[in-house]
Design a protein around this ligand. Structure first.
Ligand code: NDP
Length: 250
């Protein structure tokens, strides 16, 4: 589906090899962008997606990146700017969960989730800030979560990282707005991906019971909102958190 026109734009997307990130990559490519996407552990999957996009006329480049490693992130952004010539957009989508009630959560499970889901976003934003400020143009979209706003039992690590993204989004939006660089956050509710495949039937039923639309989102329903934030149609919006959650939090 084509909604907005991103012809000629260069957009970086972390975690593009599965789930929401894959849908974002496919959408932005269909809309004309040259997308530089990352994978971490699944090169074959990334290669298959790239082949399909390129066969249908799109432009995509997949690179292996660990967002929790600053040098890896710097190398990624340098590759985007060198090969793409500029960087118009950044979508911070890569994320992991390591759930457990606090009494059973060890320090590593806490740290791994903070490193990937929050510190990784600091690294990518820091790396794109200079080129975007020099261009006097740029869009950053952070994929947060409704649990960063509401909390969730069993996810103190994940919800803390996602709550941190809200502060990062608003602070960075204030720092960069005068340079025409806008920063927003999308907070999805439940989305059908590998991440939510781990939920038990009981957890799923309990989630659906609380969602006014009584269903999970399709990843494409998150991708279309990312596309909007990348488009000229959202030119007066920065520092916002938009819930895309079927009415779960209101
Ligand atoms: P998936 O588990 O399906 O995919 C995660 C993606 O992140 C993969 O592409 C993976 O790469 C990549 N990734 C994981 N760790 C790293 C790392 N250290 N460095 C670089 N890339 C990494 O996740 P979803 O699509 O479900 O979630 C995407 C985002 O949306 C996450 O930020 C998540 O927190 C958020 N979200 C998801 C919700 C849901 O219901 N699914 C709800 C709310 C928010 P690879 O496969 O190559 O390892």
């Amino acid at each position: 589906m084509k909604t907005f026109d991103h012809t000629g734009k260069v957009i970086a997307v972390t975690g593009g090899s599965r789930g929401i990130g894959e849908a974002i990559v496919r959408r932005l490519c269909e809309e004309g962008a040259h997308v530089f996407a990352t994978f971490n552990s699944q090169p074959e999957r990334a290669q298959n997606i790239a082949n399909e996009i390129i066969e249908s006329g799109g432009r995509v480049t997949f690179l292996q990146v660990n967002v929790g490693d600053e040098e890896s992130v710097k190398g990624f952004v340098e590759a985007v700017v060198t090969q793409g010539g500029r960087v118009d957009g950044l979508v911070n989508n890569a994320g992991i969960t390591k759930d457990g009630l606090i009494m059973r959560m060890n320090a590593k499970d806490w740290q791994d989730v903070i490193d990937t889901n929050l510190t990784g976003v600091f690294y990518t934003c820091k790396a794109v800030a200079r080129p975007m400020m020099s261009q006097r143009a740029g869009r950053i979209v952070n994929i947060g979560s409704i649990v960063g706003l509401q909390g969730n039992a069993g996810q103190v690590n994940y919800s803390s990282a996602k709550a941190g993204l809200v502060g990062l989004t608003k602070s960075l939006a204030r720092e960069l707005a005068s340079r025409n660089v806008f920063v927003n956050c999308i907070a999805p509710g439940l989305v059908e991906t590998d991440m939510t495949d781990k939920l038990t039937d009981e957890q799923r039923a309990s989630f659906f019971g609380n969602i006014p639309m009584k269903r999970a989102a399709h990843p494409d329903e998150i991708a279309s909102v990312v596309s909007f934030f990348m488009a000229s149609e959202s030119s007066y919006i920065t520092g916002q958190v938009l819930n895309v959650d079927g009415g779960l939090a209101m």
